[in-house]
Design a binder for this molecule. Structure first.
Ligand code: HEC
Length: 135
């Protein structure tokens, strides 16, 4: 079939595929960071645990109930679902990571860095999977 498209046809086809990829990559206003041709990411809590240390979350958060700079994250998988009425557990956790100032936990200051908004979606998904394991 491509034989009959000619040069411009192939170009138009490629442009169409690119626009389609851009349109599908949307999600919560975050630039798509993974190849849409890859199979869907399966969230990996053990990678989330690694990121929690490597991204310095652990400098401000204990995984128990101890308050450090930020709240202890024990039980966050349950608490998160009750924080903001219109946000699901996963949506609240993603917002807490990407846009921490959008909801500031009572008794704490808005000092969590907002640099995590640049984390690839796969990393955020892995962090969320890990946070959900904390009891
Ligand atoms: C410089 C300290 C600091 C770092 C680093 C930090 N946080 Fe926070 N975080 C806070 C503070 C303070 C709060 C409470 C204020 C607020 O809600 O923004 C908070 C709130 C949160 C909450 C909401 C907790 C709740 O009870 O609702 C989550 C979830 C969270 N952080 C996860 C993370 C993750 C994951 C990382 C690493 C990617 C991280 N934080 C890095 C200080 C930090």
């Amino acid at each position: 079939m491509f034989r009959y498209l000619g040069r411009n046809g192939i170009f138009a086809l490629a442009l169409g595929v690119m626009l389609l990829a851009a349109a599908c990559g949307g999600g919560s206003g975050v630039a798509p960071t993974r190849d849409p041709a890859l199979p869907p990411h399966v969230a990996d809590a053990s990678n989330g645990e690694r990121l929690f240390k490597n991204e310095s979350c652990s400098a401000c958060h204990s995984t128990g109930t101890t308050r450090v700079t930020g709240p202890g994250l024990a039980g966050i998988g349950v608490t998160a679902g009750a924080r903001v009425q219109e946000l699901t557990t996963d949506d609240y956790l993603e917002q807490s990571i990407r846009d921490p100032g959008a909801y500031v936990v009572s008794g704490f200051s808005n000092i969590m860095p907002n640099t995590y908004r640049r984390l690839p979606q796969d990393d955020v998904d892995d962090l969320i999977a890990y946070l959900r394991t904390l009891e």
